[in-house]
Write a protein that binds this ligand. Structure first.
Ligand SMILES: CC(C)(COP(=O)(O)OP(=O)(O)OC[C@H]1O[C@@H](n2cnc3c(N)ncnc32)[C@H](O)[C@@H]1OP(=O)(O)O)[C@@H](O)C(=O)NCCC(=O)NCCS
Length: 343
């Protein structure tokens, strides 16, 4: 049975059951990734940025006595800006029986009714999801490479030299939890540097370029159990933020952190800022998060300077991470034609 589901009011047993399915999928598709924990998982699924909505459905087993059983599938659509971003999951035991298609049909129909014309999805290379979305008519729009750095392989002596290798006139500052409020204006100005870069991606995880949106975004991260760490490069003469790097440690998988934005403002490039900020970040993470074992990052294949620095730090390219998109009306039409969206 597929039904709409609200993680805010779901029972603890349902949250646990969903976690089991998430971890079964990881074990099947990405065995080297850490298993997730039930730590702020409800908040992770429920909390959104102001102006965004996430609508979820689950597929639940029906037991012989009619009581609801395990959650074997889940889909949600995050409605943001002009795009619906979906995330879908089917327990490995129940794959290739049409459940994934049924879940997508629920999300697609609602997205269409809400007036959105585009659906986007992040699809992990070398997993069944590639064949699944291509069979549904989604087109590949953008590809990044995911790379992973194992802290156990880091050469800390060389890293210390990298952290100190920043040109004079700049200093690094570390802010666990996010930049202080009085720095948000300068921080937002630095982030705006990447706003107008049209690199062809679908903007499925938009960055925040104004102070209020940044504030909202930091608050949303905290509510979802995701702790941000920031290293800033400050240009001492002007007080401007010359560069920033952001890493988030999620309560759901605290042994593997996620690299978010790294930006060096154009006028400040060529002074060793990228390398120094990231090296300093690794020292700070090692001290602040004793359980942390790995950091993962995603880079466009064209971003050669950043790939080079990441390789020097010890990141190893692991697999493609793709963005797929589809016109919602066409998707609903296609699913209707196969009878899947029929109520
Ligand atoms: C992707 C996923 C949701 C598919 O669920 P599913 O229930 O197995 O999918 P369906 O049975 O509805 O498959 C529909 C069609 O997709 C295609 N498809 C599904 N799995 C496929 C695979 N492993 N290889 C090639 N094509 C595949 C087929 O055309 C299939 O139709 P068919 O079985 O009649 O040939 C499931 O594999 C999964 O949970 N993966 C992990 C989570 C994930 O990566 N999600 C995507 C990112 S949000």
């Amino acid at each position: 049975m597929v039904r709409e589901w609200d993680p805010r009011t779901a029972s603890s047993a349902e949250i646990e059951s969903l976690l089991d399915t998430v971890n079964a999928a990881f074990a099947a598709d990405l065995p080297a990734d850490p298993q997730w924990r039930n730590s702020s998982l409800r908040e992770y699924l429920a909390e959104v940025m102001p102006g965004e909505r996430r609508i979820s459905w689950i597929a639940q087993e029906e037991t012989a006595d009619g009581t609801p059983g395990r959650i074997m599938g889940h889909v949600h659509v995050l409605l943001l800006g002009d795009i619906g971003v979906i995330d879908v999951l089917v327990h490995p035991e129940q794959r290739r029986q049409g459940l994934g298609r049924k879940l997508i049909a629920k999300a697609a129909r609602r997205t269409y009714q809400e007036g959105f014309s585009l659906i986007g999805v992040e699809v992990i290379g070398d997993t069944p999801a590639i064949g699944f979305f291509e069979a549904l008519g989604f087109a590949r729009e953008y590809v990044e490479t995911r790379s992973v750095l194992r802290l156990s392989t880091v050469d800390w002596v060389t890293l210390e030299e990298m952290a100190r290798g920043i040109s004079s006139g700049y200093r690094l500052e570390f802010f666990p939890g996010g930049p202080p409020d009085e720095m948000l204006d300068a921080y937002a100005r630095a982030k705006a540097e990447i706003r107008d870069i049209d690199d062809g991606d679908l903007d499925l995880r938009p960055s925040s370029y104004d102070p209020q949106r940044l504030r909202d975004s930091l608050s949303c991260l905290h509510r979802r159990g995701m702790k941000p760490y920031i290293v800033l490069a400050v240009h001492e003469r002007s007080g401007e933020v010359a560069g920033l790097t952001e890493v988030v440690v999620p309560a759901q998988h605290p042994t593997r952190a996620d690299q978010y934005d790294t930006i060096v403002v154009r006028d400040h490039r060529g002074y060793g800022i990228d390398r120094a900020m990231k090296a300093r970040m690794l020292f700070e993470l090692r001290a602040a998060e004793p359980d942390l074992a790995e950091v993962q990052t995603w880079n466009a294949q064209a971003n050669e300077p950043m790939l080079k620095v990441n390789a020097e730090l010890g990141f190893r390219a692991e697999r493609d991470w793709c963005e797929y998109g589809v016109n919602v009306a066409e998707l609903v039409h296609r699913l209707d034609a196969t009878g899947v969206t029929a109520p």
